[in-house]
Ligand binder design. Structure first.
Ligand SMILES: Nc1ncnc2c1ncn2[C@@H]1O[C@H](COP(=O)(O)OP(=O)(O)OP(=O)(O)O)[C@@H](O)[C@H]1O
Ligand SMILES: O=c1ccn([C@@H]2O[C@H](COP(=O)(O)O)[C@@H](O)[C@H]2O)c(=O)[nH]1
Length: 238
């Protein structure tokens, strides 16, 4: 069997994708499907850290947060990612994968705090590490948390698993004429204002020379294809 293309990766899972066809929250069948994909690559020996979004529960810039103090709303969004992280780690436990959740905000009765050397130790031990509460700071997103933690742990690549199968010339959910890039540079993605990831995340990955692969978490086998180095999704590169 061919070997995985990467030894250590940071996987960013879309919070919104967790809803499946439900209007909000966590759809059981969807999380189980995602975890089956994640378990498959963990069993290949790939060191895996995960950041999960919170869009299925709360977003600081959502209409539901209108009139709220932005920082307060953002802390609520970060707490939403803690809930998703706990659900994800528990679903992994149920299929025999050991996961550790580490939070960027102090919430020690619930999950352990993020301590970089500890996270590195867990990865070396073959445990999956789930980074919760984003960067721990308001005015950021979990995409930026993925770029930050990916850089900190020395990941070879950030894998953005989302509801679309790559980076398009425009949002493919709104523009049916949008076409997909197979590769695109960070500078072009930033200058075209492509909204698939926020510019802060793109800029951090560019500066750290950390490539990003954007691909569909909904497509069966796509995560495994990416891990095996197959042609899948869009590569964002320096
Ligand atoms: N140029 C583009 N190419 C691809 N997708 C785009 C583009 N512009 C906007 N999008 C949209 O970006 C979305 C990215 O969604 P995703 O849910 O992964 O991000 P997110 O905002 O980080 O979610 P969450 O916060 O729930 O993790 C896609 O669903 C897609 O519709
Ligand atoms: O570092 C961070 C990460 C997230 N937030 C807030 O949480 C929500 C949910 O994250 P998504 O990346 O949108 O899934 C986000 O909208 C922010 O409100 C944050 O403040 N800081």
């Amino acid at each position: 069997m061919t070997k995985p293309a990467y030894k250590r990766v940071l996987l960013k899972l879309s919070g919104e994708a967790l809803m499946g066809d439900d209007p909000f929250g966590i759809n059981r069948a969807t999380i189980e499907r995602m975890v089956a994909d994640v378990a498959e690559i963990s069993r290949l020996g790939v060191e895996l850290a995960i950041v999960i979004g919170g869009g299925n529960i709360f977003r600081g810039v959502a209409p539901g947060a209108q009139g709220m103090d932005r920082a307060t709303a953002d802390y609520m969004g970060m707490l939403a990612t803690v809930m998703n992280s706990l659900a994800l780690a528990d679903a992994m436990r149920q299929v025999g994968i050991t996961a550790r959740v580490m939070s960027a905000i102090g919430i020690e009765q619930v999950v352990e705090p993020y301590v970089r050397p500890k996270a590195l130790q867990y990865l070396e031990e073959g445990k999956v590490v789930v980074f919760a509460a984003g960067t721990g700071n308001p005015f950021f997103t979990t995409d930026t948390a993925a770029a930050l933690r990916g850089s900190e742990i020395g990941a070879e690549i950030v894998l953005k698993a989302t509801k679309v199968d790559g980076v398009y010339t425009a949002d493919p959910k709104k523009d049916l004429n949008a076409t997909r890039f197979s590769t695109i540079s960070f500078d072009e993605a930033i200058s075209r204002h492509l909204q698939v990831m926020d510019a802060t995340a793109f800029a951090l990955c560019r500066d750290q020379k950390l490539p990003i692969k954007v691909f569909s978490i909904v497509k069966p086998g796509a995560l495994k294809n990416v891990i095996m180095g197959a042609d899948e999704g869009t590569l964002v590169h320096v």
